[in-house]
Design a protein around this ligand. Sequence first.
Ligand SMILES: NC(=O)NCCC[C@H](N)C(=O)O
Length: 504
Amino acid sequence: MNDNNYYIESEIGTLRKLIIHSPDGGIGKIIPGTFADNLYDDIVHLKSMQKEYNHYVMLLLYFLDPAKIDYIKNCQASADEKLKANCFIPGKKEYFNSDKVLEVQHLLELILKDEKVKLRLISAVCSYEESSHKTQLQLEAIDDTALLAKILISGILPKEASGSHEDQYIFPPIPNFIFTRDIGIMIKDHVLLSRMATTARKRESLITKFLAMYFLFKEDPNKVMEVIEDSDFFLYEEMERKARFISIEGGDIMMIHPQHLIVGCSERTSSNAINEIIHTIFSKDLGIEKISVVKIAKNRAQMHIDTIFTQVKRNVWVLYGRYSENIIAAENKVKQSYLRRLMHQPDLVGIEEPEILQFYKPADAFYKPEIDYSVDKKLSGIEELLVQVSVEDYHCDPADVKIIYSGGNEFPYDDREQWTDSCNVVALKEGVVIGYDRNDYTAESFRKNGFDVITTTELFKKFDEGLSPQSIKNTLILLPSAELSRARGGSHCMSMPLLRDRLV
Ligand SMILES: NC(=O)NCCC[C@H](N)C(=O)O
């Protein structure tokens, strides 16, 4: 266990506390014409998605807060239909409300009880969304903080609150808030706030900043790290501003080992942000000695590095084969390689080979932030990086390192299943990870690599028959995912871990 309230130094230590957000009404308002604006690719059936998400919540509670499972079971056994329905809905008085599986909307409700915070947040959101003064006053007049939290997230002002004949849409929805991985990232006992790349997710950043300052790190605001553009940023012309722009999303940052941080340079996390992150982390006494930067092409299908790989055990990873230098090299040997070379566009798959650069903390104790780093090491690709973490950081035998590939590395299942987040798993503890039930070929690869594979429905039955969650080892647990996967994130994306045990 850990004495800290919030502490993360690995991706696989036993998970004790995290932040989630259940799919809210905003998701049910997306139309095909707003897919791009909302970062969605499909219409999602909200009710089905919520049912699937409840499996995720139950699974987390079985492992992190079993007392709440008893509560939920009691609710479900009750004749009170309201109790049954509401126990999963944040903001309802029947909500299960765990202090291990924390819900964004509930935390927001708590901080809004402080009048000063309430006025500040309303003002910030209304300014950002360019609301009318009337809207601002309407929000300020709402005393029910659960309702206000819901409005600030969903953007819907119900008719009862506005005195109008119908509900009003006062802000756009923020349908990606379910991907709490992206809103901020714990680095040891500090949090690095994200700075979302797109307008669709900016209100998430704003709300998260308030949660960090007025709830999570209220007593210790120095532990909140923010990376922003230099003060003269606004004076530059457009092209230069683009180069200096800072965006960070949590899906690109992995606290992979107590001394090693991995950062993705992607569609969502800019190179200037990474430059600042490196300076910020190295100038703090966090014990991080090495930062690896994984530079990938800007690509919707792989918007963050956690859509390409995640860690399962010290020596086991799940990876999208098209980003593996070993697979690329093997493919270049096959007959088709002549075709690849002869074609005017040799890159058949549309994926640029990633570049991996590593930077080491300078030995100079009097570190100066203005030092311009040169690259300390360049790796051949992502697989070399993953093997390096297993072997050099975790001291595994190189012969024991296993890479499980998306879709069994078989075309077209590799591409299909990467799209539905086969590589995006979160560890409940070392070796026990959550995936999606639709990724059949990836699940088969887990089996071939010695893992048990079980659906949540089967697992819950076993728990009810007396199996203890603590006894589960080397297992891929599959969530129902017909709708969940359409929002384009898996369990890794749907979790912001706050506390994990240190690995011994
Ligand atoms: N870490 C992640 O990969 N998060 C998934 C984000 C999906 C969301 N629809 C987005 O495009 O931002």
